[in-house]
Design a protein around this ligand. Sequence first.
Ligand code: ASP
Length: 414
Amino acid sequence: MSTSRRDFLSRTALLAAGVAGSAAAQPPEPAHGNNLPVAYSPPKKPVIITRETGDNSVAEAYALLEGGADTLDAALHICQAREDDPNDHSVGLGGLPNEDGIVELDASVMHGPTRRAGSVAALPNIRHAARVAETVMRRTAHVMIVGNNAEQFAVDEGFPKENLLTDDARKIWLLWKEHGIGWWGPGLDSPDWKPPIAAPPGAIPHAALIPRHPTTEHLPAVEARMRYLSERADRMGIPARLRVEAVLQVMWPTTGTIHVSALNTKGELSGATTTSGLAWKIPGRVGDSPIIGAGCYTDQDIGSAGATGNGEENIKVVGAHTIIDQMRQGATPKEAGLEALRRIARNYNNDMTKLRYLDMIYYIVRRDGAYAGVSLWSTRGTGSQKKFVVHDGTLRTEPCDYLFEGNTLSIHPF
Ligand code: ASP
């Protein structure tokens, strides 16, 4: 009898005796992700990383963590406060709409302890997008639901339906519709992209040539364009109290979004990101915020990270996941964030003419409580550094570490 036939027969006999069954019940090899080069032990105090909120929600969320609340509930507390604020034009109610005047929200969550994720994209008419993402995670066997079906899902789950376009946001949108620029390319990464051409002296300067955070040399151009838009806003009946804001939003549309990463003393981690996305986006456009691994990523063994800025660029480097993976190899949060930013720069062959049109901030916390806020560009306004918020027992704002010194230009590079 050949060896293979003998093997086959003896295996069959073993199977019949049930012996092979017990061999199959051996514990599996450890999954690849558990082979950690570095193990991070939990911090002595909880840590929250996010952007400036202008409300009490970070302190409240911290108190929730101290009281033993789940890390995702604490993160969602902050998201929800921003989504409820009609004056925050980058999230939830009052978010700036797409080019058709419809507010479409993107959000995602990751819950470290249960290693689960949920997400919604292009969600209309429901303000608490991050909670809907959490509900996708908790109530379904899916990770992501989009568009009108996400709205229907939310309604079925008891979320109230409402028009998210506030009167102020509608007026700003109308001004943009007449005088702003949109997202029809060629995009910055297209071979057909050309830097905007300067207007002849005395003409209204092209919006894309005006820095988002201008320095004094740009002030004449900024003033000329602001005056022009302000006159138009006046003619359209936009009230004086809203005029400056409307003009600013048309010239430099809000990038904002809110990402929150939360860590407790058990080492449990969660992350949540919620946004109305880039203002004036093409309907149905989905940014990085609801993409697990781009706008939000949490790994219970390593840390949690999220992003605000040009979503398309972040999707291409899977920013939040890249950061977590760098920390898995032992990088500090700052080094990990800078590496993700370098990959964005590399996608443009480090061409500074183009990179000036991009904006990105990463919010990062490692499982041991080390943290960082890391920005592509150093400053906003006339020299004030980009900032993030940390609460680790003391609530404070800290300057971001950065890859490039200077201000970003308009994020509409056309
Ligand atoms: N990342 C968001 C998006 O691309 C926008 C932002 O952060 O401002 O939709």
